[in-house]
Design a binder for this molecule. Sequence first.
Ligand SMILES: [Zn+2]
Length: 407
Amino acid sequence: MDIQFLGGAAEVGRLGMLLRDQGTTLLCDYGLAPSDPPQYPMEAPPVDALLLSHSHLDHCGMVPVVSRQSETKTYMTPVTQEVANLLLKDSLKISAAEGYPEPFDREDVQTMNQSVVAVDYGDTFQVGNLEVDVHSAGHIPGSSMFRINDRETVLFTGDLQTIDTHLVRGTQPVPCDVLVLESTYAGRHHPDRAQTEAQFLARIDEVVERGGTALVPCFAVARTQEVLMVLAETDHEIWVDGMGRQVARMYQRHRRFIRSPKRYERALGRARIVHSQAARDRALRGDVILTTGGMLSGGPVLHYLAALKDDLQSEVLLTGYQVEGTNGRLLLDTRNIELQGVRVPVEAEVSSHDFSAHAGHAKLVEFVEGCDPTRVVLMHGDAREELAEALEGRDVVLPEDGERHTL
Ligand SMILES: [Zn+2]
């Protein structure tokens, strides 16, 4: 059995891992880095099947390029398929608007849909000579880990979270011989989630009390809905704008992938959805606005920022990691943002809250202990060495893109 990364071995983005065994070739995830310009993984050879862990673009963004090859089946949960469709079509729109060449088109997305074999947690299926079973990854609704069972068992985690969040329950270790583990938060720790939520809610209360508006930029996939559930028990007037609206409805249709469908419905019932320009104006007079994009690089958040940036009573509450080079990072570092190409100061308050959907360093180590593999392959991280150090005594592999490793 051997593995080879086509991308994303030593970075967060454009992930793709080939696994060859017994004459069968699998591709686990095939994503792009939605940077400016986008970055793609190496070209994939013909494969027998593609296993997609979840709908984030760094995992799914290039799936249509592979699934258009004849008779390549792609395995994913139904909610992953629906959300991936939305993101893939959106990424085509962005490419067209920015003038980037597109590696696939809308027709290829349709072909992908015809190739999909829907799977659920607990399912086992056969690809060529290999048996695969599916486990929840606890990262976002529908996110999966795949265990490939042969003489040895290999667990590919995709992205994972071990703590329970409002949307999904945390994942549990799965016994395996080889663990291919995401390392996004290698060397970094999250604050206690309950404390993060309490601090976030306290700041929102303060903003509302002083008569301001709390602007909460959120990723569309899972973050908007998670933060809405955090806010649902308050009395504030909550508005939701951007692509998170569509994703929220998709999660409603796939309720079995939500931890508590009843609580989720209640939270959605608390939200006012922005459908028009007039509603956007009304939202600005409300208490809280949840909107895309999470890193302030585009989307309706820019409209709200332009309106609120000089208001000392208002506050921007960031809810995710702000990548270098994004407007969100610029805001955190300099209290400035770029609006229509012009750098302008932000007088409103700014705060940052860690609602990450990834397991932190210590939880990753615990997860390894629980799976108790004979070998650990670290991927999808730019500080893997720190995690490798913490796993001293175990056989740890840090592959680079393109290298073939025999397991
Ligand atoms: Zn992810």
